[in-house]
Design a protein around this ligand. Structure first.
Ligand SMILES: *Cc1c(COP(=O)(O)O)cnc(C)c1O
Length: 229
């Protein structure tokens, strides 16, 4: 649709990574990445990347020269080093992500699970067509909203609480306090962001350990809510 009106089509491919999706081959003009996330992969560097045709890249390069967004050598080193294991990390992360998504779907306390690898996801057919894998990011909605989140998350051993994603460690972030913290309650509602929504950026820990961790945390939540009822 963008092409039809002569617009430059830009996609943020941070979540998919070049391992799972190659937007230039799908007809996109510019691809941007937060290299801070999966590309570096270890939550220890900040950076970004943009890819596209020589002509467009010259314009980006020129703007960057004026703007002064130059990466320091240490970050460049860490990102290049991290990228060497990108594929291994992604494959492990998405193996666990699918298991976690299926686990969450079976839980009474969970209202919804969002993961493009699930056949029940509204865009599964698109993801299946244009991606090589479904990645390590998923989210779910807890019925008890922030109250339930505050019971569940502290019980998890393999859960770093942060706004970051794409690291070797598993990170849990409630939308209300991370990705959508700058929105008002009304704005989140308008965007369809539930107050019980939690994002999981799955790390490279053993799948069995992550599932076992969730099992015990949900058992705690279930017993806590049966007491309060
Ligand atoms: C984090 C993130 C950004 C911003 O990247 P920084 O490296 O933190 O500046 C942009 N897009 C997506 C999808 C992200 O997850």
């Amino acid at each position: 649709a963008g092409k039809a009106v002569g617009a430059v089509v830009i996609i943020d491919n941070t979540f998919a990574t070049p391992i799972n999706q190659n937007p230039l081959q799908l007809g996109v003009d510019l691809v941007i990445h937060s290299a801070t996330k999966f590309l570096s992969g270890h939550a220890d560097a900040l950076g970004g990347a943009v890819c596209g045709s020589k002509e467009l890249m010259q314009q980006v390069y020129h703007y960057r020269e004026i703007n002064g967004a130059t990466m320091d050598p240490m970050s460049a080193y860490l990102i290049l080093r991290g990228m060497k294991t990108l594929k291994l990390r992604i494959r492990q992360q998405e193996r666990s992500a699918l298991e976690i998504a299926k686990f969450l779907q079976k839980k009474e306390a969970v209202e919804a699970v969002y993961y493009p690898g699930l056949e029940t996801h509204s865009h599964h057919h698109i993801a299946k067509k244009q991606m090589k894998g479904f990645g390590g990011i998923l989210s779910f909605v807890l019925k008890g909203e922030m109250e339930a989140i505050k019971i569940l998350l502290p019980k998890l051993t393999y859960a770093n609480k942060a706004g970051n994603l794409g690291a070797v460690e598993t990170i849990y972030g409630p939308a209300r306090t991370t990705s959508h913290v700058e929105c008002t309650l009304e704005e989140r509602k308008a965007l369809g962001i539930s107050e019980g929504l939690v994002r999981i950026s799955v790390g490279i820990e053993d799948t069995e350990d992550l599932i076992a961790d969730l099992e015990q945390a949900f058992a705690h939540l279930e017993s806590a809510s049966s007491i309060s009822n």
